[in-house]
Design a protein around this ligand. Structure first.
Ligand code: ATP
Length: 306
């Protein structure tokens, strides 16, 4: 997988305040990278540095193999699409005109075709002659997304793209983000919606001025939480607690017919055998996954102050 954007040791100060502290990130083609963090953690500041809109106090950004210097930034920005938190459309222009302005701004050789393609990808061709003011919030967001990629950028940065949308519109937008990944773009997604991250992100980083975690959702779960088993018995689980403890299980809890067990020290098969030999009827054995919200809350709580 090729790396489309590389950021190394980015730091940004505003006066005495360190908004972003020593952050390194790689964005790879064909991947959705989610950047999470509490309000004020420095996400927007990071995005703006990656997009070459503000200079870091120190550190470097590179797109493909080119450094984002003040001289190169205007040219390199053509390889980036950026959906800001409140992307304004021109209300009095049609959908097509809104996109065409950007296509021309980027100096595309055939702006009409680029606009048609973006309209088709985002399934808004039938609304192309509507004025932006007439669109619902969900449709406006689709137009804003189409506008962010009209110049076919390698890297797409999305700042809270589904915030304020109803569930159906949010799902539409998520599908479009996944479609952009299928086209091989590198996508940086900032969101507070952890369910969304769980559904679409390949990798996740948690920012709290500095990066407090960086990995796949699965690896973060494993790093932070011991694997647990949930076992449902035909009868009350209470009477099997002793035999499990004697078999080496240390951390277990009981809830009616259910057992919840830290399975890291002992193989699942061994636990089930112990139960069956003690006369238990085993109805179901499941692995217990902490939600990404559990992971996030733990990371932010342990990650020091922002
Ligand atoms: P949110 O989730 O609320 O959008 P965020 O993670 O995007 O927050 P930033 O907007 O990057 O956070 O802000 C990080 C810190 O930097 C905050 O303390 C903010 O007040 C400060 N900050 C951001 N921009 C500026 C600026 N232009 N001048 C001074 N301070 C700033």
């Amino acid at each position: 997988m090729t790396t489309a954007l590389t950021a190394r040791q980015l730091t940004r100060r505003f006066g005495n305040r360190v908004a972003v502290d020593n952050v390194s990130i790689d964005l790879r083609a064909g991947e959705i990278f989610a950047l999470l963090g509490p309000n004020g953690a420095g996400k927007t500041t990071t995005l703006r540095m990656l997009a070459g809109l503000i200079a870091p106090t120190s550190g470097t950004v590179q797109i493909d193999d080119e450094a984002m210097t003040p001289d190169a930034a205007p040219r390199l920005r053509a390889r980036l699409g950026f959906l800001t938190e409140a992307p304004g459309l021109w209300d009095n222009l049609t959908v097509r005109e809104n996109l065409t302005v950007y296509a021309r701004l980027y100096g595309l050789s055939d702006p009409g075709r680029a606009v048609d393609e973006a309209l088709a990808l985002f399934r808004i061709s039938d609304r192309s002659e509507d004025r932006a003011a007439r669109l619902s919030k969900g449709l406006k967001q689709r137009v804003a997304l189409a506008r962010a990629i009209v110049h076919r950028p390698r890297v797409v940065m999305l700042d809270e793209p589904t915030s304020g949308l109803d569930p159906a519109s949010a799902r539409d937008v998520r599908e479009l983000i996944v479609a952009m990944r299928s086209e091989g773009r590198a996508i940086l997604l900032c969101t507070h919606n952890l369910d969304e991250v769980d559904r679409v992100a390949d990798r996740v980083a948690v920012l709290k001025s500095r990066l407090v975690a960086n990995g796949t959702p699965e690896s973060l779960r494993q790093q932070l939480f011991a694997p647990r088993l949930r076992i449902r018995l035909t009868d009350s689980a209470e009477r099997f607690v002793e035999v499990l403890r004697a078999g080496g299980v240390r951390d277990l809890s009981v809830n009616g017919h259910w057992l919840s067990i830290d399975s890291s020290p002992i193989a699942t098969a061994q636990i089930v055998r112990t139960l069956v030999e003690a006369g238990a009827g085993v109805e179901a054995v499941e692995t217990e996954e902490p939600s990404l919200e559990d992971v996030y809350i733990k990371l932010v709580a342990e990650g020091g102050s922002a």
